[in-house]
Design a protein. Sequence first.
Length: 292
Amino acid sequence: QAKLAGKGRFQLFDPEHDRSMRSLHRELDRVEQGLDKSEFFLLYQPKVNMRSGELIGAEALLRWQHPELGLLLPGQYLPFIEGHSLMETLGDWVLREALAQAAKWHQAGLEIPVSVNISARQLHQLDLAGRIEELLKLYPELPSGRLELEVLETGALEDLALVTDLLNTCVRMGVSVSLDDFGTGYSSLTYLKRLPASTVKVDQSFVQDVLDAPEDFKILLGILGMARAFERQVIAEGVETIEHGKLLLRLGCEFGQGFGIAKPMPAESLPAWYQEWRPPPSWAELSPIPSN
Ligand code: C2E
Ligand code: MG
Ligand code: MG
Ligand code: MG
């Protein structure tokens, strides 16, 4: 009906819109119930030093075991939650859960920093820094540096001054910040300049095709150079194969994360994975090509 009306025609009542709003509300209700019923859980993906094999962190990635739809990835439900205060509730759950996990690992003698993805909505939440401080107090044995916030580069930051303040407060508490999906947004350089991020995560889109796309190779070189100039650490996402790792190491990027190293896994599997995992021998031999 709405489609037939054509472009530019004004309609007082759009049945399709009404239907989708109703189903959105249903879905938001489902998320709330899902939280109550523990349908959400986190997987952890290792971040490593590709040369030494050292585990440098683990990124918490949200999953939803939906009773009817099965296992859902964040891309399937976060976009519609992002516009709703429920995102703050869910984000808070993720922070709590990830910190509890870091504390468990700490107890077991595994000192692994956890990285938590923070959505743009959460970054505009006024009490976020206070909330993080509260959560860290629950685990006084855990150094605050054990928490890293991954800030989405594409998450349009409406109020950059406010977000900068918020992140500065977090950094003063000892929490670290990284710029996620770096290079994909329109404000990469502004964010690099303004936000107190110690690490830049090169978006996987530039890494995946780098072996056969000269443009992506140039972008990767540019990002690495920029990160060096700003004295930020760089980690590459999307290290899918040994060849990707080789090229990155050649370019002087030692830190990596990707299916070629490990897929996201349950927290319980991570210690055993780390016991077993060794970088491919060809990685250890590579020395970086001196830049200029
Ligand atoms: P991200 O933060 O950039 O996370 C990396 C995504 O790439 C993850 O997808 C991961 O499973 C996937 N990945 C890792 N290595 C490889 C690889 O080698 N190849 C390919 N093709 N993919 C790889 P996932 O778990 O579906 O998450 C997608 C995005 O959803 C995340 O991107 C992040 O922006 C968001 N997200 C995930 N968990 C949370 C959360 O707890 N809170 C918020 N706000 N966002 C989250
Ligand atoms: Mg991330
Ligand atoms: Mg990313
Ligand atoms: Mg991403």
